[in-house]
Design a protein around this ligand. Sequence first.
Ligand code: SF4
Length: 318
Amino acid sequence: MSAALYAKVRRVVPPMEWAVFEPDIEAILRLKRDRNAVILAHNYMTPEIFHCVADIVGDSLHLAREAQRVQADVIVMAGVHFMAETAKMLNPQASVLIPDLEAGCSLASSITAADVRLLRLRYPGVPVVTYVNTSAAVKAESDICCTSGNARRVIESLGVPEVIMLPDRYLAANVARETGVKIISWAGSCEVHERFTPAQIRTLRAENPGVVVLAHPECKPEVVAESDFAGSTAAMAEYVTDRQPGRVVLITECSMADNIAVLHPDIDFVRPCNLCPHMKRITLPKLRATLETLTHEVTIDPAVADRARLAVERMLAV
Ligand code: SF4
């Protein structure tokens, strides 16, 4: 079992690191069976989590859809807190655990439910479209949620001339360039994606001739403008699979490139590294401890959960 797993990740995990990971991986696989647990892992998890212990992997939209269908007693979210909340909302019967309660998100912490209520007073009648990277309390104040993969479709599905789009200013600016709907935005940002600059992209191109640049729409519009393609992590993975570029750089959290590189040994991945400190709080030892102790359980006030679920379900129906 271990040898087969290592064969999957050997391109990105050196043997010395594997020796450290192996006991935790074996324990986690056993504990998952004992606890009837399923691990959902975001694309930004490190390869030993993503490829060796996760049952379902993907971007936040995919994890939300799959969380709804999971039939296990326990869901462990290898991701950040808002993702665990979304899983709990969509699968309230399951016990949803997160290995580290401090695994937050700069976007989710940029806005509160009270902020949304104030915006509604300021812009009466304008629908509120909320990125899934928010707390359940913020989702509960919203009309509909969106992800980076479906934001334009969600906004245009409303059939209105103007929306409030929260909380990512760059995602809002990037979507505004693609749609005729007027967008009122908030001043939140992803601390990982906002670090990329147009000058970095030009340097990457100069140093890596022929490289195809794929950027996440949480990057600044100037960065997206310097790129060949912009899309969610799922859209980036699809681009690489379908088009098989000879050399590629993913302008996003750096574990993403490691995880896709495992699947495409013939593609040269250029890897500038911006790590998300929140995602990186999730480690194999913490996953093991979560399954051993069944902590930390994520709960949501039922009244908040009911309203937040509506916003997420409206998105899933689009
Ligand atoms: S990468 Fe950015 S958006 Fe994603 S969890 Fe980290 S801070 Fe939040």
